[in-house]
Design a protein around this ligand. Structure first.
Ligand SMILES: *Cc1c(COP(=O)(O)O)cnc(C)c1O
Length: 397
């Protein structure tokens, strides 16, 4: 396989001036990350700061109803409430080892910004966050959290003033400030080596889950299911299972409202090949190659592209990618909340919903692992907006 490629996908489609920091990062990935010193320090941070390892929780009520065993990998229990901190701490630590004093990143809904600002504080680094002006206005809560954590927020006024514009602006800033700043990329996408680097830091999820399911059931699971935005929680959950040919890997993309022709966030199912943010991948684009707006009720899935390794796993058939719409995700949120007392993030609710919607395809007695990428309290306003009319009494949704 060509270096930096996953089959036909990946690569480094960037301005000449970004090649030096990407080379430097590639070198750090090959030399610093595998070193015993780095690995020991990273493991200690994951244990003592993040709270790993995260539990693998059996869902007794839902499992009885479904006729197979539903297990949740509890990334929602990590410090800051999602899997994102695994990656931001790994990159922040690498930044220290590379001798740089500052992180830069971008954020859409604000979750990557908060996770990066947190890691910056934990390791005493400066932090600057690019954020579309539209997102700054609608995500005031997370903007405030980042400010409290000492990060500098730069509102981006270009394009649709959302995530893809913030990424473009962050890449431009990196060209100018590459000597002092590491770009803490938030998902397993972007130019090589980011998809590999982010996978490296998130793969702890699948390694733990594989050990835990073997310990609890004595066998490999029937399937591992995870939602796909840029693809970091899913690739983290999948990676340890890729060589286990019997284990089905299911990524779940957001279908938006689900109406024909609606805006969605499902480039693997509904997009085509193209280049965005330094990578060849699957994209939502029109006939002229213009990036189309994406939509999902889950802000973290709202991205018009997807990491190149998922494009390859899709292409090769090793993983299957399904879709779930907004209403199905909201319903799954209620079902898990009422059945098990666990409130999933709306992103993670897409993965839960895929299992509920496809229950008839799953054999009785099987073990299915859903990666619960984050917790749902961040989504309270959206939940209220959509489900506000539902009665609040009663045990079941
Ligand atoms: C950001 C986010 C996602 C989507 O990002 P991936 O890189 O695809 O994992 C999913 N779940 C939660 C809770 C998130 O915050």
């Amino acid at each position: 396989m060509k270096k930096g490629y996953f089959g036909d996908f990946g690569g480094q489609f960037v301005a000449e001036l970004l090649i030096p920091p990407l080379r430097e990062l590639e070198h750090a990935l090959e030399t610093i990350v595998p070193s015993p010193e780095f690995q020991a320090e990273f493991s200690a941070l994951l244990q003592d700061y993040v709270g790993r390892k995260s539990p693998l929780t059996h869902c007794p009520t839902l499992s009885r109803e479904l006729g197979f065993n539903l297990w949740l990998k509890r990334e929602d229990l990590n410090h800051t409430g999602s899997h994102k901190i695994n990656n931001t701490l790994g990159q922040a630590l690498l930044t220290k080892y590379m001798g740089k004093p500052a992180l830069l990143t971008e954020t859409g809904a604000g979750m990557n910004g908060v996770a990066t600002a947190t890691a910056a504080r934990a390791l005493d680094l400066d932090c600057i966050v690019f954020m579309g002006a539209t997102d700054v206005a609608r995500q005031s809560h997370n903007v405030r959290r980042m400010q409290l954590l000492g990060a500098e927020i730069v509102p981006v006024q270009n394009g649709t003033k959302t995530l893809k514009d913030a990424i473009n602006e962050a890449l431009r800033f990196w060209i100018a400030e590459q000597r002092t700043h590491h770009y803490c990329f938030g998902t397993a996408a972007g130019p090589h080596p980011f998809p590999t680097l982010v996978r490296e830091f998130q793969s702890v999820v699948g390694r733990e889950a594989r050990e835990q399911i073997l310990e609890k059931t004595g066998e490999l699971p029937y399937a591992v299911v995870a939602c796909v935005g840029g693809g970091s929680n899913a690739i983290g959950a999948f990676h340890a299972f890729v060589p286990d040919a019997s284990v089905k890997l299911v990524g779940v993309e957001a279908a938006g409202t689900g109406e024909p022709g609606c805006y969605n966030s499902a480039p693997l199912n509904l997009g085509s090949r193209g280049v965005l943010h330094g990578q060849m991948t699957m994209l939502l684009q029109d006939g002229d190659g213009q990036i189309m707006p994406s939509h999902s009720v889950a802000a973290g899935l709202d991205y018009p592209g997807v990491g190149p390794e998922h494009a390859h796993l899709h292409d090769s058939g090793r993983a299957h990618y399904g879709t779930v719409n907004d209403a199905q995700a909201l319903k799954a949120f209620m079902t898990l909340t009422r059945s098990e007392g666990i409130m999933p993030a709306l992103e993670s609710s897409h993965a839960v919903a895929w299992v509920l919607e496809n229950r008839d395809r799953i054999p009785k007695g099987a073990n299915v692992i859903v990666n619960l990428s984050g917790r749902g309290d961040k989504d309270m306003d959206i939940i209220d907006e959509h489900l506000g009319a539902q009665p609040v009494h009663g045990r079941k949704g």
